[in-house]
Design a protein around this ligand. Structure first.
Ligand code: BES
Ligand code: ZN
Length: 616
């Protein structure tokens, strides 16, 4: 009995020493954020393209929550920590002892700072490593212009710690400021208000007044030019793609206006886009005030601008109301996918919005065939895995379907009012799934009893798979595409009778994605000869076509596929192709040869994923 008590006491103490491990906390941070939080971060860094480092110091303003705590635990990965100072009440600085723990493969190295008093501020002198997981450094030859280097960060989910010693958890929000000194060849931009007219002198200052989590702190530098799209919006890009991007994304202002009408004021001032090099590993990243965007959506016809709607939507779902841990990612991505589609409907009409729903749902259903039951749960158990490895369409599209279901059950009026109030009530807060469930129950389910039960809502969130009665988007346009395709495949019509002249990119995607794997190489060749699919300049169409070609053994795509895989580093577009290639011995050999050329140009995150797929 006594032993039992002692054990319980020891467990309690252990729990207190690392409160982040407590139930409901973020298990992906070492930070003791129940004891002390960072309220403001100031970075003073030199950006060195030769060394591929950021070095200087970070000032962390502290908010002590517990009376006699004096230690501060921070997240780092591959940082060199040189010195740490603590600022005393009288304003004087004092050297403070610190310890950097061994590196954990997922979490990085815990930095323990032990001032023995409660400093109001810490100053940490440090530098990042050239292989920092959250940064990519491109030589001039790796850029379109070939004359100027480029660098950018990608912090989500837990890569901020590879260039900032910080409480790297979405549960903690801070304002930030920065001074970045570098060569005057480049313009530096950050996820903070950027002044398009700033002097390009290699010395740049930033101030972000709104509190944001570390995963939304972002930086990029390169031969960037600015072009305004409206008073509030503009594009930063390398010159080769500046005009094209401004044209492609001209609907951005209309999207902001539509979202404000639906969900309330845009709270961040300007909204600019930064077009990254093709190695950017994502489609987009919702860095506040300055979304980071892949150039692979600059298609020439605006067909892929739902990506902009998506990143913009995060200004409400994600950046304003933030998931408190990475288990709650669906609160960011599910809500954002839903809002994205509402924006698309508002700006481009419901035919297009429904086509986009249908494509997403079909992709989700395909994915659910291969995902484990655990990974099909919205409130996912990450099981200690790297959050990057547990990434799937579930938080996005299952989350979106859940909200579509609520919308359909309660009606738009009520559901829109609920969502608008949700964004207002939790503005600049980080919340977990349980908090949302309580809020939903109180403000929607119980307000209108008998429509959706708490149990039904919980099934969506805590059970695997898709519940019975899941919304099934029906696109008339796709039904017609399907009929034409079936007729042609059955030999009842000529290729020339397909009404492709009027097909949108979405209809093409639906067509390609739904061709049977039994299609013959001759039929593939006929399609290719008529429609030039192998040389499509639309990155999504090319992707869908290459994937089908690999699955059906249509070899003619290989030279173009090689160029595609070398030229693009967006994971969503390249990983499925590498995966498919790796499923046959010849494919694997081809993939390895291509990857040898492609790898140096890829981002560390993409390198990690492809290394894994192609290793022996
Ligand atoms: N925030 C995500 C990207 C992300 C998610 C990075 C999780 C790291 C961890 C971004 O908003 C996103 O979802 N991008 C998508 C856009 C698409 C769904 C329109 C992408 O990159 O493909
Ligand atoms: Zn997103």
């Amino acid at each position: 009995m006594l032993n039992r008590l002692l054990l319980i006491y020891a467990l309690l103490l252990a729990g207190m020493a690392s409160p982040s491990a407590a139930a409901g906390g973020d298990s992906y941070t070492y930070a003791n954020y129940q004891q002390v939080t960072v309220s403001h971060l100031h970075l003073d860094l030199a950006m060195d393209f030769q060394q591929k480092t950021l070095s200087g110091f970070a000032d962390l303003q502290l908010n002590w929550l517990v009376q006699d705590a004096t230690e501060v635990y921070l997240d780092t990965r591959d940082l060199t920590i040189e010195r740490v100072y603590g600022k005393q009440q009288d304003g004087s600085w004092q050297t403070v002892p610190f310890k950097l723990a061994a590196r954990d493969a997922v979490l990085g190295s815990k930095l323990t700072i032990s001032p023995a008093f409660q400093p109001q501020m810490l100053r940490i002198h440090y530098s990042s490593a050239p292989e920092a997981s959250g940064l990519q450094w491109l030589n001039p030859e790796q850029t379109a212009g070939k004359t100027t280097p480029f660098m950018f960060s990608q912090n989500q989910a837990i890569h901020g710690r590879s260039w900032i010693p910080v409480q790297d958890t979405p549960a903690v929000r801070m304002s930030y400021s920065a001074r970045i000194q570098t060569t005057d060849q480049v313009l530096v931009v950050m996820s903070a208000p950027n002044d398009p007219a700033t002097a390009r002198d290699g010395d740049y200052q930033f101030y972000m007044p709104q509190p944001i989590p570390a995963y939304l702190i972002a930086i990029a530098a390169g031969d960037l030019q600015f072009k305004a799209m409206s008073e509030q919006t503009g594009v930063y890009a390398e010159p080769y793609i500046l005009e094209a991007s401004a044209n492609e994304f001209a609907s951005t202002q209309a999207m902001i206006d539509a979202t404000e009408q639906l969900y309330g004021e845009y709270r961040w001032g300007r909204y600019d886009l930064l077009i990254l090099p093709p190695s950017f590993p994502f489609g987009g990243m919702e860095n506040p005030v300055l979304s980071f965007i892949t150039p692979t959506v600059v298609a020439g016809d605006g067909s892929l601008v739902n990506l902009i709607a998506h990143e913009l939507a995060h200004s409400w779902s994600g950046n304003l109301v933030t998931n408190a841990t990475w288990r709650d990612l669906w609160l960011n991505e599910g809500f954002t996918s839903y809002v994205e589609n509402r924006i698309m409907e508002q700006v481009f009409g419901s035919d297009r919005a429904v086509m986009e729903q249908a494509l997403s749902v079909q992709a989700l259903k395909d994915e659910l065939q291969v995902l484990s039951a655990n990974d099909s749960i919205l409130h996912i158990d990450l099981q200690g895995r790297d959050p990057d490895d547990a990434f799937s369409g579930v938080p996005y599209t299952k989350g979106q379907l859940f909200l579509m279901d609520l919308e359909q059950q309660f009606g738009r009026d009520k559901f829109d009012r609920f969502l608008r109030q949700y964004f207002a009530d939790y503005a600049f807060k980080s919340i977990d799934t349980a908090t949302f469930v309580n809020y939903l129950d109180k403000n929607l389910l119980q307000q209108y009893p008998g429509v959706v039960s708490l149990e039904q809502a919980k099934a969506w969130i805590y059970q695997p798979g898709l519940p019975a009665g899941t919304p099934e988007p029906q696109s008339d346009a796709f039904t017609q595409v399907q009929q034409h395709a079936s007729n042609w495949l059955a030999g009842n019509s000529e290729l020339s009778s397909l009404p492709t002249a009027s097909w949108t990119v979405h209809e093409w995607l639906y067509f390609i994605n739904n061709l049977p794997l039994s299609i013959s190489p001759e039929q593939m060749a006929a399609l290719d000869n008529s429609f030039g699919l192998t040389t499509s300049t639309n990155s999504e169409i090319a992707h869908a076509w290459y994937l089908l070609a690999l699955k059906t053994g249509y070899q003619q795509v290989l030279p173009q596929l090689e160029q595609y895989l070398i030229g693009i580093g967006r994971r969503k577009l390249i990983i499925p192709l590498y995966k498919q290639l790796a499923s046959t011995p010849e494919g694997l050999a081809f993939a390895r040869a291509v990857y040898q050329q492609a790898r140096p140009g890829y981002h560390p995150l993409a390198q990690g994923s492809v290394d894994e797929l192609l290793r022996n």
